[in-house]
Design a binder for this molecule. Structure first.
Ligand code: ADP
Ligand code: MG
Length: 689
């Protein structure tokens, strides 16, 4: 059996079905067998309706009185009916599943599996899955439930799999590190389990396989990197000692270690590929400055790439201050830099030592004389192609050393897998004299009594405030009701919907008309954004209402209070990043996490309140939400592991050993076509150069 063939090659799947399957993302034979049940139902023990308790239940009965109505305001169709068995009856409700009316026949008996709950004053069974009783294999009683995609319904996919039962034995092995046939047996167990344990055994193997591909991809990338040549940069003790000695502060120990690791890397003939991780404010820029200086005194050029113009400007300001006194020529190259042509000439002829900029650096018209080191700030914001572009800017045959910096903490488990090709330096220590940020969770309804006085006090002391909102605009709640008695209890807020920057700005202006309050969001024109940000940095704006665009790197040490609305809707690592915008000076800073209405804060949110350790928060986040949520969207969306958990360190270790062994015998993967194509998406993901 060839798994890469079209799904249409499976016996019994005609052109029409093939189309439906393809629409659901099932294109190849492999996709077909790997479309696993999203859940299982144990049909041995349905409850009788008379003895149901609230919670998830499975019942068996017949349906009647099916009708659908449309709730226009919410763009929702509601299909309702009544299910009866010989002990009682219960209302059932589905949302946006109008097909239920056609699907369910009153004379037939079905299993219904859904949530039995009290809603709007009556008990109902909400959104149950439905299975014909005659579809259940009584011998096992454990029924797979497949996700339905568009026209592909749970039951029909189940039928296709059943019809292919004999084909499982022909599924070829993927890797030689396990017993032959392990794979086909695992897949069979997952689709046709006899016990729930079968499903676990099957999935454990699939998790292994998935991690194997991920780790292999990273390892191959690493090998590829060490096959590249780079410019060797000798460590100049005197120059660096002089530079460090003239800093207005002492380096933290972590900064010293990181710089040392970087100097050692740059002395090698293969390009450095290092990730410098450090909490916001840990002083990554200083480490970058040392690395840049080292390369420049050796006679080479350095580029620093920032994800936004604001950030590039800021780096330019602080790095020129640091490096110009040492004879370094620093230039800023962003989309709106004046005199770009002239600047590019000077970059090409080597007059400029250090170029700081945005994507403008990557365009073909920017040529370097001898680029030896590229530093990428907030590395997850740059894609693979952009990194590739940087390599092309180095002298022929050489790749630049690459230093990526990020404040998004990457837990150890991810370092070993997804980022397994990177060497990592960590700044786990804040510069002396910083006070930890004090974080409080506060129900939104308390802001009027508690938060506003605190904000007024902060601003009276000459400090500034960030107020973070989830969205840019909304049209539903007008500000006119502000001040009315029931404003805070208005539906929008108690329902926990998000508020927008525009709305919040307007409202704060009404509460504190004496202040300058402006908003900032990602859809504004770059000039507008820069203008607002610069005015905020100069202290002309007291409250900046913003979306998460301020998350990345911006430094306004005078801001000491941050409010994050709809705090529940962010990841922990992101909340931590956001709050790092304050607490950058010596004054004590505060972060208020607002929960909608009077919602009780979750355990998850409590973690942010009690911990200032970004790595700890990232680990918690990773466990709760998985890597795809946290890093996937930031990277290229490919990091949605289906079976494995990268937190499973035991398995990760085993896989690493196996990958090592595998590569010793099969360095080129010549006979492993499926594996090669499988790791491609991960290679894209984990490759930094
Ligand atoms: P990061 O990029 O890691 O968020 P920065 O490099 O922007 O942090 O540093 C934050 C602030 O701390 C800057 O104002 C910087 O000058 C200062 N700083 C950096 N290193 C030290 C140090 N060792 N001691 C005191 N202040 C430092
Ligand atoms: Mg920074």
């Amino acid at each position: 059996m060839n798994l890469s063939e079209s799904v249409g090659e499976i016996k019994g799947i005609g052109p029409k079905t093939q189309k439906i399957l393809e629409k659901a993302g099932i294109r190849t034979v492999r996709d077909f067998f790997y479309n696993l049940p999203r859940d299982y139902e144990n049909f041995r023990a349905p409850r009788s309706i008379g003895e149901m308790r609230p919670g998830r239940v499975l019942i068996k009965g017949r349906i009647s009185r099916l009708t659908t109505r449309h709730a226009k305001s919410r763009n929702l169709s509601i299909t309702e009916g009544v299910v009866k068995d010989n002990t009682g009856m219960v209302h059932v409700v589905w949302f946006n599943q109008t097909y239920r009316e056609r699907q369910l026949l009153p004379h037939r008996e079905y299993y219904f599996n859904g949530v039995y709950e009290l809603k709007n004053g009556r008990y109902q069974l909400t959104a149950p899955d439905v299975t014909l009783t005659t579809d259940i294999d009584v011998s096992s009683g454990i029924m797979p439930i497949y996700a339905s995609h568009g026209k592909l319904k749970t039951a029909s996919f189940k039928r296709f799999i059943k019809d292919s039962r004999d084909k499982f034995a022909e599924i070829p092995d993927l890797i030689p590190m396990v017993k032959p046939k392990t794979r086909s047996e695992a897949l069979f167990k997952v689709h046709f389990p006899n016990t729930m344990n079968d499903t676990i055994v099957g999935r454990n193997y699939l998790a292994y396989e998935e991690l194997f591909e991920l780790v292999l991809a990273a390892k191959l990338n690493k090998n590829k990197n060490s096959a590249l040549k780079s410019i060797k940069i000798a460590f100049d003790v005197e120059k660096i000692r002089d530079f460090v000695g003239k800093l207005p502060f002492a380096l933290t120990n972590a900064q010293r270690v990181a710089a040392w690791e970087i100097f050692q890397d740059m002395e090698k003939e293969h390009p450095m590929n290092r990730l410098l991780q450090g909490d916001v404010g840990s002083g990554k820029t200083m480490v970058a400055a040392m690395a840049a200086y080292e390369a420049i005194v050796a006679g080479f050029q350095v580029a620093i790439l920032a994800p936004t113009t604001i950030l590039a400007n800021q780096h330019y300001d602080s790095l020129s201050k640091l490096l110009t006194p040492f004879g370094v020529n620093v230039a800023l190259l962003t989309g709106d830099s004046a005199g770009k042509a002239e600047l590019r000439k000077d970059i090409k002829n080597g007059k400029i030592d250090l170029v700081i900029g945005t994507h403008a650096i990557l365009t073909d018209s920017t040529e370097f004389k001898n680029l030896a080191l590229a530093i990428i700030d907030e590395q997850h914001r740059f894609g693979v192609q952009q990194r590739q572009k940087l390599i092309e800017k180095s002298p022929d045959g050489f790749s630049p050393h690459l230093l990526s910096m990020t404040a998004t903490p990457i837990p150890r488990s991810l370092q070993l897998t997804v980022f397994g090709d990177l060497d990592v330096s960590i700044l786990n220590e804040l510069p002396k004299g910083r006070q930890p940020i004090e974080t409080h969770i506060m129900p939104e309804i308390e802001t009027r009594e508690k938060l506003y006085p605190k904000i007024r006090e902060t601003i009276k002391n000459g400090q500034q405030v960030y107020w973070i909102c989830k969205s840019i605009e909304d049209g539903t709640l007008s500000c006119d009701d502000f001040g009315s008695e029931n404003f805070w209890n208005s539906e929008k807020i108690t329902k926990g919907e998000t508020t927008s920057v525009k709305y919040r700005t307007e409202k704060l202006r009404r509460v504190m008309p004496e202040l300058t309050i402006e908003y900032l969001h990602g859809k504004m024109k770059p000039e507008e954004k820069d203008d607002i940000m610069e005015r905020f940095a100069r202290g002309e704006i007291q409250i900046l209402v913003s979306t998460t665009v301020v998350e990345v790197g911006v430094d306004v040490p005078n801001s000491t209070l941050m409010v994050i609305e709809n705090a529940e809707s962010y990841g922990l690592a992101q909340l931590h990043q956001l709050r790092g915008r304050v607490g950058r000076g010596s004054v004590k800073s505060y972060c208020f996490l607002l929960t909608a209405g009077d919602m009780k804060p979750s355990e998850r949110l409590r973690e942010v309140e009690s911990s200032t350790d970004g790595f700890h928060l990232a680990e918690v986040d990773l466990k709760l939400r998985g890597p795809g949520e946290i890093y996937g969207s930031l990277q290229h969306g490919a990091l949605d592991l289906r079976f494995a958990s990268v937190s499973d360190t035991k398995l990760v270790r085993r896989v690493q050993d196996d990958v090592e062994k595998f590569l010793q015998t099969e360095p080129n993967l010549d006979e492993y076509e499926e594996l090669r194509s499988g790791i491609q998406k991960y290679q894209q993901l984990t490759r930094l150069n």
